[in-house]
Design a protein around this ligand. Structure first.
Ligand code: FAD
Ligand code: UDP
Length: 378
């Protein structure tokens, strides 16, 4: 019998499998219904030999040194600061909106102070900032909201920004200086050999066994285990008994071109009429030298693998009811973006998994073969 079954080999499941095996010496079976490890962060070489991200661009960024230290056991890093341009009114301009965005878009030559005044004259007074629309119109005004946010958000989420929590667009700052980095975090690096190699190192522990193309719904009837870490969709765990939690999906179109470079930065956003939201060119992320280049177009959809919890009040209320059911499950821990229905970045999932491990390690006695129980007995 396995001491632990871990469902899902993404960040949440892999961190917990690694911690449990290496710190408690217990046996772990980690399964995933996909044919690979890494969850949505999985990367691989395509037919042209270019390293691509199968599920869209994944850029690692964090302010937490403890998370960097933890992951650095399994990977070296390549410095990379993410920059994004948006195609608006036929121009390519920086997003997050900054001084250059406004000067280029409107043919102006404003200073930062003048840009403050520009925004102050346009921003709308919102009594209480609640929605994804409120965040933007109360910062930069309606015209810029419509150019950069309304169309993109409607495409991405299938609903109007007025129907989404403020946390969605609050992820994207507005700047009055010329900083054109997408993220402001202190640590912005990519795993030097890619994400999948980092996951391989995390999971190559003699106490960890792995099964791919293995669905929990089938495995739970066949393989005995004592305790469970579950990182799949929480509503599915409970057979949707309270109704379905909406998760937004994406269709990825991967293409390779016979040219060295397609666009000036890794990601170009399309907030206006195109059906796709963004195009990613991976060589900018990885630094790979290659005469060809590979791209991914993202088309948002409701059908397909669950990628994004949809942050809005009614969904959060339904999640809370599932969370209450989850709290009654003995010896089961729900972790990660799908199981806790949170729009988390990779570093936040790693932080959540490490915190869950700390709680487990404090409160759950290790089973008889484990290091902790051997130490206690000595
Ligand atoms: P997942 O990676 O989804 O892993 C869960 C795994 O569980 C999956 O592999 C799934 O197959 C498996 N599973 C589910 N149910 C079952 C079952 N019943 N049986 C067996 N296996 C099952 N974060 C960043 O920090 N930076 C970025 O730039 C970034 N970009 C992103 C771009 C896109 C397009 C998306 C979708 C996400 C992005 N993220 C980014 C977020 C990042 O992908 C997540 O934070 C992280 O991958 C979540 O890890 P997880 O382990 O919680 O979930
Ligand atoms: N967004 C937008 N226009 C942009 C970039 C972002 O409207 O050019 C909104 C959109 O709703 C998006 C959200 O801000 O879903 C968060 O953007 P982020 O880049 O963080 O999305 P992710 O990388 O998670 O898909």
């Amino acid at each position: 019998m396995f001491d632990w079954l871990v469902v899902g080999a993404g960040f949440a499941g892999s961190v917990l499998a690694e911690r449990i095996a290496s710190q408690r010496g217990e046996s772990v079976l980690i399964i995933d219904r996909r044919p690979h490890i890494g969850g949505n962060a999985y990367d691989c070489y395509d037919d042209a030999g270019i390293l691509i991200h199968q599920y869209g661009p994944h850029i690692f960024h964090t302010n937490a040194q403890s998370i960097v230290d933890y992951l650095s056991q399994f990977t070296d890093w390549r410095f990379y600061e993410h920059r994004v341009l948006a195609r608006v009114d036929g121009m390519l301009v920086p997003i997050p909106i900054n001084l250059d965005t406004i000067n280029r878009l409107y043919g102006l030559d404003l200073t930062s102070d003048q840009l403050e005044e520009f925004f102050a004259a346009r921003r709308e007074k919102v009594e209480e900032v609640r929605s994804a629309e409120d965040v933007v119109v109360s910062t930069v005004g309606r015209e810029l909201y419509e150019k950069f946010f309304r169309g993109y958000t409607r495409k991405q989420w299938g609903v109007d920004p007025s129907q989404l929590s403020k946390s969605v667009t609050a992820r994207v700052p507005t700047r009055t200086n010329r900083d054109d980095r997408y993220f402001g975090d202190s640590f912005q690096h990519m795993p030097a050999g890619g994400y999948t190699r980092m996951f391989q190192r995390m999971l190559s522990h003699p106490r960890i066994k792995m099964m791919l193309q293995a669905d929990f719904r089938e495995i739970k009837r066949q393989i005995p285990f004592r305790r469970l870490i579950y990182t799949g969709p929480i509503d599915e765990f409970f057979d949707f008994r309270l109704g379905r939690l909406p998760y937004r999906s994406l269709r990825f179109e991967h293409v390779t071109l016979d040219q060295e470079q397609f666009q000036p930065v890794a990601v170009v956003n399309y907030p206006q009429t195109e059906a796709y939201t963004r195009i990613t060119e991976y060589k900018h992320l990885t630094g790979q030298n290659h005469p060809q280049t590979s791209l991914t177009y993202e088309y948002p959809t409701d059908v397909g693998d669950p990628y994004y919890p949809v942050p809005r009040g009614e969904n959060e209320a339904l999640y809370k009811r599932y969370e209450a059911l989850a709290a009654q499950q003995p010896d089961v821990w729900f972790v990660g973006r799908l199981a806790t229905y949170r729009y988390y970045n990779m570093d936040q999932v790693v932080g959540q998994a490490l915190a869950t491990f700390a709680r487990i390690h404090k409160s759950v006695p290790a089973s008889s073969g484990g290091v902790a129980s051997r130490q206690a007995a000595e």
